[in-house]
Design a protein. Sequence first.
Length: 493
Amino acid sequence: MMTSTYTIRCAANTAVRNIAIFKRKLDSSTISTFRGIATAPASVCKRYCSIVYYSLCLCKILRNEWLSTLNLYLLVICNPSIINPGPDNKLSSLSVYYQNVQGLIPFSYLADKNPKFDETKICELQNYIFTALPDIIILNETWLKPTINSCEIIPSHLYHTFRCDRSQNTHPRDCANPKKFRENGGGVLISIKNNLSLITNEIKLKCKAELLAVELTLEDKSKIIIVTCYRVGTLGIENANEILSALKVLTRKKSVRKLIMVGDLNLKGINWDDGVGNNNVENVLLNGFAECYLMQCLRDATHNKGGILDVVLTTSINSLENIEVHTDKLYCNSDHYPVTFDIKTKFKRIKLPKRKCYNYSKANWSALNAAFQSTSWEAIIDCMDPESAWSNFSKILYFYVDKFIPKITIKNEHKPPWFDAECYQKCKEKDKLHKKFKAAKTVSNELKFKHCRKEFKDLIKTKMRANLCDPQRNLLTKKFWSHVKSKSKSTRI
């Protein structure tokens, strides 16, 4: 028979009141457990009230013989359920990865409208994302352009990406000296994982600075604002005032629980311990941060030449934990070290729906190829601008694909089809050699690391080409669609 919660509370309280009787027999863990039961929630008490109640009754009848047994009961059964209640679907922290990547496209292609990527950086960055799966990704100096899709950098089926690329609005020219600042470069990015029970919105700010703010609305309607900003070190007081004006607007927003600002502000002359800068701009920014109640959390150098150029500022310093500057790890090759930290907050993870993909083993390839060959593609795309032509082409393409290739539901996979175990092992070997080179900067260690890094880059290229290889010489094969899928919204990368 199940005893009431009130009864078990009374029994526990009785043991606490008569603790002098048992103090020579019971150890401190059991005594604390009695107090825990007396004050525990009703749901906890109901689960174990019968066991503990009858144990107490037996202890009362056969005090000397059953004291050790009672002690074991309480430690094994009651204590884990009260002090360590086990896993909870509400997690306690959001993991954040930040780095100034110093450009995801080669410097020689910076002025091109449709530049190619720095393949080594993209491979290293995506390898870290696929492996660590951080909840929030913040990048500075992306050097991206509007012609580049965000899903080419960060997988769109895993993250919702917000960007602020360099433009005349965020990086206005100096009329007195038009060549003073680069027209290309810069740019910031924030990516939020899709499986978080958060509402994410970009906060539109009329700010003449490379600054991006994203608002995270939690289940209790409270808000966290994530801000990132890239400031060129040669910019003057006007740019500093623009940044501070935007921060003051954000701190005045309602229901904001905490504001976190991360970025490369190039404030290498500031002594953060004393709160003193080397020039007027740095002192103005310091005073502005103080007015917004923002405190710097970094104390280690974030640049390979020394100096704290990057900042992690927050209005709630106790809400950040595990802050670490990774001087010995190569997440993405740059002169700035990667920074990781956790934001303490309550949230839930959403179980994402299983992904659907084409079942190529049951595809009607002959009918699909015949349909494509019988289509007059010239008439569809002739005399059209590229956008309209692509819209018509893709519409007809996917109409036939959906018609002749059935779909199946599969488990969600994070990695691209060409990133196999061999690529992963080579990446681990590269990271190990990089750590060894950082520890002892000898010529031998440097050459070994650079050689392994080149091998990793060549291996990735080989795997990607092999993935697109068509041994059967069909018009469209599984390899082709795996690549298309990896670059689209339903993808793995």
